[in-house]
Design a protein around this ligand. Structure first.
Ligand code: FEO
Length: 393
């Protein structure tokens, strides 16, 4: 039995073997689908369900904590890793009402075919008494869908935040015990899922700071007994501050772009700039996304294929555009055989990137002395830009 507080239990599922979320996001450390049971003196509430593949775990955990009834099922978020078991739970607990906001209600009807009559809709700030415990619903939109909300239990000062502050991490520890591991997983989670919503996260944190929160229980990963650990990390990640870092994502077919990247990365390191280099055909996109959280500059390296960028570089540009990192500078390096529009096509894939595009460096065939000098000039320019932005002492 995993107990957070008297009569508050974690009854979700640990998915040790999951390796890809949404057929997109790598899960090197698995994940968990956290569901919580809050038992008041009069009513019992289930907060979120689990991924449909883990429904049996949830159902047996409900029985395991001795819950003989469920009055309310709070749905914080309609995505199926938290709502997918809802139809089956409602079959077994037919008197339970689904408590959620109007947007989430409509999504649950659309995605899962839940009947209209099953719902109780709640407004932002509305409370629902369970007896001596209270559920206060706090709208926290766009973390990471428009309908996302959280629940605060004022008697215990716990915030149930769903995806917000989550970490894709399978662990037997109910609470954070290895801060470094959780920080890594939470940053990966932020980078892949939350980064496009920095502005909305800022508003949501300001709203939550009005509450006296002493524990945060997210829907993925362990529970935070020190909420400031994850809240401060989020504040750092969403801030407009960038670091003296360059992300270099590249792909090379016959070695020309690889030689350029090698020379360029060495030049950046010589200038005291932190570099993270990724080979884009084999990259763990989560690692790439994490590097994009803080970097001041993004460089894509690509050969020319059928007059455009290599598809792996195009994918990285597309992903970067979707994640909307706060980088201030960007450029392209690479090679071509006879002609091409690699630079135009790559930059065209990143309209959301509010960065200054620096002069690209393209080599015709094998890079030659003039190309290496151009790469060193680009490294000089990046250093000057970073200095001008106050990133280098
Ligand atoms: Fe964990 Fe957006 O679902």
């Amino acid at each position: 039995m995993r107990r957070l507080k008297p009569d508050i239990y974690a009854i979700g599922a640990i998915d040790w073997d999951a390796r890809l979320f949404d057929r997109l996001i790598p899960l090197p450390d698995g994940t968990s689908y956290n569901s919580y049971l809050v038992r008041g003196s009069e009513k019992t509430a289930l907060l979120d369900t689990v991924d449909p593949t883990k429904t049996d775990d949830l159902l047996s955990n409900i029985v395991g904590v001795g819950a003989d009834k469920i009055d309310y099922i709070v749905a914080h978020h309609a995505e199926q890793d938290h709502s997918g078991s809802l139809p089956e739970v409602l079959l077994i607990y037919p008197d339970a009402k689904v408590v959620t906001n109007p947007k989430c209600k409509q999504m649950l009807i659309d995605l899962l075919g839940i009947e209209d009559g099953k719902f109780i809709t709640v407004e932002d700030g509305q409370e629902l008494s369970l007896g001596e415990k209270t559920l206060r619903f706090v709208y926290t939109p766009w973390v990471h869908w428009p309908e996302t909300m959280s629940t605060y239990v004022p008697e215990e000062n716990i915030l149930f935040s769903c995806d917000f502050f989550g970490a894709h991490l399978a662990t037997s520890s109910l609470f954070v015990d290895d801060e470094a591991a959780v920080y890594e997983s939470a940053k990966r989670y932020y980078a892949e899922i939350m980064m496009p919503f920095r502005k909305q996260i800022n508003s949501n944190i300001a709203k939550l700071e009005k509450l006296d929160i002493r524990m945060i229980a997210p829907s993925h990963g362990p529970v935070y007994k020190q909420p400031e650990f994850i809240v401060d990390a989020y504040k750092d990640w969403i801030s407009d501050t960038v670091k003296n870092e360059v992300v270099v994502g590249y792909v090379s077919m016959h070695g020309s772009t690889a030689k350029m990247v090698s020379h360029f990365v060495e030049a950046l390191i010589e200038r005291g700039i932190t570099v993270t280099q990724f080979e884009l055909a084999t990259v763990d996109t989560g690692k790439l996304a994490m590097a994009l959280v803080d970097a001041a500059t993004i460089i894509l390296g690509s050969p020319t294929v059928l007059i455009g960028p290599h598809p792996s570089a195009a994918y990285a540009a597309f992903l970067t555009n979707a994640l909307r990192p706060k980088a201030k500078f960007a450029s392209v390096i690479g090679s071509y055989g006879w002609a091409g529009k690699t630079v135009e096509q790559l930059t065209g894939l990143m309209p959301n990137l509010k960065a200054e595009f620096l002069k690209p460096v393209l080599a015709k065939g094998e890079p030659k002395e003039a190309d290496f000098l151009a790469l060193e000039r680009l490294a000089d320019e990046i250093l000057a830009k970073h200095k001008g932005s106050g990133l280098v002492n």
